[in-house]
Design a protein around this ligand. Structure first.
Ligand code: IMP
Length: 187
């Protein structure tokens, strides 16, 4: 989509543009490819936020891998964490003995991933690491261990785009941006 679209018009600013995202994702993919050579990792996408990132990330990883998805919800739909984490869809394959890479859109309070890591570690994977596109360190409530790969550190903004939503919208933006304050009244 181009910048005249109604989706772009709701942005106050672009935090990370498309080219910058793509370049960093290529680097992450190359790094993962080197680190997991010969290991057949399973890359787990956390729905729905990581879906766009996951699609580009796996295309940048130059080794064999498998894919699986998990649905988790931690937000009631707005901009604040409720601390309530619910599995809405479980994995289809067993991860016992597998090298697991969790692809996540953003780590904010850390509540979601702490819950998820606890659950997945009980299933005895050979190894488990997280690859997050964004990290909002300033808002951490519970530190998250096992973050092997980080795309970008961002300040304490509520961001949308590239999979990240506000009220389920803006996931289709090709960049990461900050919304105009008026949008919060509109939707
Ligand atoms: P945490 O449990 O607070 O770390 O939040 C993790 C989840 O909250 C992410 O996977 C996102 O779905 C959502 N989230 C956190 N920060 C943002 C944001 O700035 N924009 C959109 N969604 C966010």
């Amino acid at each position: 989509m181009n910048r005249d679209s109604e989706v772009f018009k709701d942005l106050e600013s672009i935090l990370i543009d498309e080219a910058t995202l793509q370049q960093r994702i290529q680097e992450l993919g190359q790094q993962i490819g080197q680190d997991y050579k010969g290991k057949l990792p399973v890359v787990i996408g956390i729905l729905k936020g990581s879906s766009i990132f996951l699609a580009d990330l796996v295309k940048a990883i130059p080794i064999h891998l498998t894919l699986d998805f998990m649905g988790i919800s931690s937000y009631g739909g707005g901009t604040h964490s409720t601390g309530v984490v619910k599995i809405t869809k479980d994995l289809e394959e067993t991860i016992e003995g597998r090298h697991v890479i969790i692809a996540e859109d953003i780590i904010d309070t850390g509540l979601t991933l702490n819950y998820l890591l606890k659950t997945l570690k009980q299933r005895n994977p050979a190894s488990l690491t997280i690859c997050t596109l964004l990290n909002k360190q300033a808002r951490r409530i519970l530190e998250v261990e096992d973050v092997g790969y980080k795309g970008f550190e961002i300040d304490d903004h509520f961001v949308v785009g590239y999979g990240l939503d506000y009220m389920q919208k803006f996931r289709n933006l090709p960049c990461i941006g900050v919304l105009k304050p008026s949008v919060y009244q509109k939707f």
